[in-house]
Design a protein around this ligand. Structure first.
Ligand code: GRF
Length: 216
């Protein structure tokens, strides 16, 4: 089976990037990371890319007056590396419609909440303040809304009375590292079919990766 060429956009630590690299290096994920792009020159994700000899480049959004110009530059770099699938991994900018037109239904994101609850930022803190008993993470296709596209996989974690936002974030992040590479695998294996808002996964329950009950 042919490998899918991916481009990964990052802004920070890049632990999700690392989880994807690890799955590829284990031979479980038929994908090749053609390029990593960071809008933040200080992102640790750049260091991780270099360690694994993955081409990495900085496109600093602050150097552009218009979001469209910043996005066009990213599209040019992604296309020049033959990227088929764009993976947002802790990328803290909202993409313009023109970026999404260049990669229609070919952009994935991971969000640290059970969408459609808690889109946006600081969502673990918001979930705690709301008093939810369960939290989690969501991998979804990106559309023009914020954290709004069709959902591919979710994983659930319990919330405990004495959780801080940091403790809950760490519990969720562990699940992110499990489901994001899996969602990319499903894409690479051609097992995802988008029907309106629904993403059908061929392979039944295995494809959906039902989460085990989680220990803190
Ligand atoms: C993750 O929680 C991700 O869901 C959110 O930002 C965080 C980035 O983590 N969008 P990392 O950079 O992958 O470590």
């Amino acid at each position: 089976m042919k490998k899918v060429n991916i481009g990964i956009l990052v802004s920070g630590s890049g632990s999700n990037l690392q989880a994807i690299i690890d799955r590829i290096e284990l031979g479980c994920l038929r994908a090749e990371i053609k390029v990593v792009i960071s809008n933040n020159p200080d992102a640790y994700a750049l260091e991780r890319s270099r360690k694994h000899r993955i081409p990495a480049t900085v496109i600093d959004h602050r150097a552009f007056c218009k979001r469209e110009d910043f996005d066009r530059q990213m599209v040019n770099v992604l296309k020049s590396h033959d990227v088929e699938l764009v993976v947002l991994a802790g990328f803290m900018r909202v993409l313009t419609p023109s970026f999404l037109r260049a990669f229609p239904m070919k952009v994935l994101n991971i969000h640290p909440a059970l969408l459609p609850a808690f889109p946006g930022t600081h969502v673990q803190q918001k979930a705690l303040e709301y008093g939810v008993k369960f939290a989690g993470c969501t991998v979804h296709f990106v559309d023009e809304g914020v954290d709004a596209g069709p959902i591919i996989i979710q994983a659930v974690v319990p919330v405990y009375d004495d959780d801080s936002a940091d403790i809950l974030s760490a519990r969720i992040l562990k699940e992110e590292h499990r489901i994001y590479p899996r969602a990319i695998e499903l894409y690479a294996e051609g097992k995802l079919e988008v029907r309106g808002r629904k993403v059908m996964i061929s392979g039944g329950a295995e494809g959906k990766l039902l989460p085990p009950l989680h220990n803190p």
